[in-house]
Design a protein around this ligand. Sequence first.
Ligand SMILES: [Zn+2]
Length: 458
Amino acid sequence: MLKRTSCFIASLLLLLCLAGCENASITPSVTPKLNGIALSEYAIIYDQDDVDYNRRAAQYIQGEIQSRIGLSLPIRDDNSAESTYEIVVGETNRDISSQLDAQTGTNFAILADDNRIALEGEYFTIAAAAYYFVETYITDTACEAVIPKETMVHSPIVKEAKSVIFLIGDGMGQYQSRLFDYLSVPAYAVSDGENQFYGYMLPAKGLSRTDSLSGTTDSAAGGTALSTGFKTNNGYIGKDQSHKVRQSLTDLAISMGKATAIMSTEVQTGATPASFSAHADDRSHTNTIYSNQMMLKNRYGTIFSGNLKDYNNSDLEREIATTLSAMEDSENGFFLMYEEAHIDGACHNQDVDQAFVALIRFNQAIGLFMEYAFYHPDTFVLITADHETGSMGLDSSGKIVCNTGVHSSSDVPVFAYGHMSECFNNKVVENIQIPKTIAKLWGVEKFGSENAEYPPLF
Ligand SMILES: [Zn+2]
């Protein structure tokens, strides 16, 4: 591992030299090394067959070495000729890559031989490997890092959560989240080449109960429970059963000086985004909802991004990246809600194939949000649904079908990643527990109760 002692001594010598010998050259006598080789000898190589996660991980390593050490290493895909010394990112055609076993979940692996250092992780998990590599081995201009020549498996670095990304698959019950197991990805789907729902890679997997005070919930009461921590009647937006305005997670985040964003593949006044950004007696009060949202936007800078269903693959990717980069410099972190709205609509139509298309689009977004969280370990990610739609299940021939065209009371999946995500692992929680736990991550204990710490914004 890191030679912290020699690093310390080198720094000390440099300091003594700077203090004591005014005319001496300040060229450090130690150059940064990886496994005994000068860092400047390495090229960064990435697997070009996979989606862009590997290329971005290679660029991240290159950028961090540039800013931390002042060295600019070349970066190439694995179709290029082999260099003598390489930092290898992803499952490349280099021999060392074949020695790294596939990892599970969000774990990743690092391995060195005499000439190479290889990082490998599934999909976006390569981002966690790149972050770990830089944080552990690229520390300062004088250090010599030693990377073991046997496979080291790590889990991502996690820090206390300042930022929260809350992902809602409208109508996504347990079967909807498992459609990859039953159907093959249609050629026309917006897809990044995945073959599994990323939620199942996250370390915490549980369930949530969704019923509202009206019984089986609609999206308004379901969204309001997830945003305010209060069960309410169907149709209500951000209000409890006595029509009292209840603070949403978005309101709380704004009160705490965090940046906020509401994204949906449907219109921004739809019931789910509205539940996180408005307070109205009914989901049909579109004018009230829209004027509430405009107030958040104009007064507090909340970013609204709707109708993402109309975006193609790369446009959706760009919209998510743009929104995240607009918030990443927020000193107090941010709260972002993203809804995939069309699993619900497809299941109302009992159209399993279209539900899968929507799930695949949701999955692509989840991959990008997870990648962000790995590069920003103070980010907590939670994926769930407001309710199940269609009582999806297997028919007598083992085919997956929607048995109804309406919402059901089935429990929905909860997937979580980040600091304290184990709160959700192997648990069945009431939906109102989810925002309360998120508020606790931010040190707010009484969110979703009568004596909440912060008053509603309006
Ligand atoms: Zn819904």
